[in-house]
Design a protein around this ligand. Sequence first.
Ligand code: BTN
Length: 282
Amino acid sequence: MSEPMKSAKDILTGSRIADGLATKWAGCKLYCYEETGSTNDDAKRCGEAGDPHGTVVTADFQNAGKGRRGRSWRTNPGTALTFSILLRPSFSAERASMITLVMALAVAEALEKILQNKAAVTIKWPNDIVVNRKKICGILTEMTVETKQDKIAYLVVGVGINVNNVSPEEFPEQIRQTAASLRIETGRRVDRTALLQDVLRRFEKFYQVFLETLDLSVLREGYQTRLQGMGEEVRVLDPAGEYTGVSRGIDDRGELIVERADGERVAVYAGEVSVRGLYSYV
Ligand code: BTN
């Protein structure tokens, strides 16, 4: 059976998103494109152009979507929720990576509300959201610093959530076995506008909590209870050399604590490192 035409209601527009958006600053200015290259790149242009903290860019389709570590992020038109938020923090650049974890927690909670008891939501450190051992969301944070200073000019946090893909065949072949969508998990179409509003509301709340301590001490428990592979053996893919160890959760800076066979605990900083389960993606 062919997929029914996208209902007009599902198209992301500024007025629909703004209507009922329960935030103070997240989404205060909205740019909604039917097609663009990458919403992260658009949000960076907003950063250069002086748009305010909380500006959000959405796109129904990205023709040059970016993933972490130089990978591309591909989605079909109208199926994913792809957006980026522009932030103008006054904290120092070394804290920027923690904002990715703040967003991961916001997305995880919003997805739990939709999935309810249908499937557990976990976070694969630092920022993949996983459902049924498959990735449903990726987050890409990019920072621009003031010239010659450790001061952030602006941060862009980009989020891609697989929402209304009907079957795994809709995903590119190389991720087909490891990708999930809300529609596949729930069996029903999910309203992307409502999901975006909910993510922005939760992100704003957690961001304000983060600002109180400038670390993850308060948010850590919420993140850690959802941490994929907690207490299990993981493989750390460090460009300086791979190793395995047991995941012991995160510290207040959002680093993953890995206990190696000799008992040494290593704090793994996200940067260029990624972590896998011993035998699979998670
Ligand atoms: C990853 O898991 O590798 C991160 C994927 C991030 C994708 C989102 S979609 C919206 C924003 N714009 C981009 O070009 N990338 C991010």
